[in-house]
Design a protein around this ligand. Sequence first.
Ligand code: NAP
Ligand code: MG
Length: 402
Amino acid sequence: MADTKIQMKTSLVEMDGDEMTRVIWQMIKDILILPFVDLKTEYYDLGLVHREETKDKVTFDSAEATKKYGVAVKCATITPNAARMPEYNLTEMWKSPNGTIRAKLDGTVFRTPIIVKGINPYIPAWKKPITVARHAYGDIYKNTEMSVKRGSKAELVVTDENGNETRELIHDFKGSDGIIQGVHNTDKSISSFARACFNYALDVKESLWFATKDTISKKYDHHFKDIFQEIFDAEYKENFDKAGIEYFYTLIDDAVSRVVRSEGGYIWACKNYDGDVMSDMVATAYGSLGMMSSVLVSPDGVYEYEAAHGTVQRHYYKHLKGERTSTNSVATIWAWTGALRKRGELDEIPELMNFAVKLEKAVIDTLESGIMTGDLYSLSDLADKKSVDTLTFLEEIKTRIV
Ligand code: NAP
Ligand code: MG
């Protein structure tokens, strides 16, 4: 088989990760990719052990490499919390690698469910995927918060470059202790978000919905709405018309209600917090987190592919005890096919693009023939279905790559 392997021209950036997904990562490569592709990657180990060893430098290096090569594939990684400090002997609670990479690439995350026969969304109206695009910068994720003592007065103060101050009262805490929060966003980041969404919509030829709470937040949220509209009118309207797709703005409450009643098949752009919450809602409603793919797209066209789920810690602890797990590898496989297809597209290697299509088809054929992991078994309404372990599932896929 060696001499028939597909050759690559440029490397893709490979970011390894943690726990069960790290185990699956190696299996996917060994069983589904290396026998078919002469894989060229620039490897970065983002596993927590190595992040600690490098004081997290490896994460920054991997983001730089992604900018250089243009395409990355990432395994799920642990975001340390208090419990992880003793578990991994950490000297610091290292930041979320995804957060670091998003910030470096100024990227927008698009999450799309993988739909197969037999696994029906909890919302029966949904026939096609709904892609949620999350603005991954600012708002409450870069906030400043304070507790405020009774008798205090809280103000917003902006000092311009000449030292002039503008003040607005937030609240006079006469009668009670309280809390305040300062958040921000930038025109640059909102514009990048808008362009990433419009470009992606044109790429996949689906309409784009955007919603905020602009009726209540007349400056902050309204500014998002204005920036989107200005960029759309000036740069995208014509191409949207040509492609037969639309840009549609509405109030977030109205959007939620329309989404539930829709049949899917569009991109839903969300502010940071809305995207965080709604993407989990949409993922759950489509079935399993194991079937949710994710890609981070920068405004200058850099792509980083990953699964939407985490490191599946509970399964990993079973795996460490020598038990067989039935962990769903589909979203992680989609990260690989996404990255290989994009690499093939950029480097003009049709065989590589074709391999990605064949591998995805083999996965779908496996699932639709009734062979699946435990998470899907409980959801599937196929009459003839079988729950298999992590390794068997991948081997079954391999037999279907033609
Ligand atoms: P998780 O890894 O997404 O898993 C949560 C639960 O969802 C699992 O226990 C499992 O349910 C189910 N699940 C998720 N993915 C699955 C799959 N592929 N196959 C089968 N079942 C799946 O979230 P978590 O356990 O809350 O987080 C674990 C670690 O992941 C944390 O350290 C967190 O920081 C990290 N994380 C990383 C990313 C990322 O790198 N993008 C994203 C989220 C979380 P059952 O146990 O009921 O089977
Ligand atoms: Mg979330």
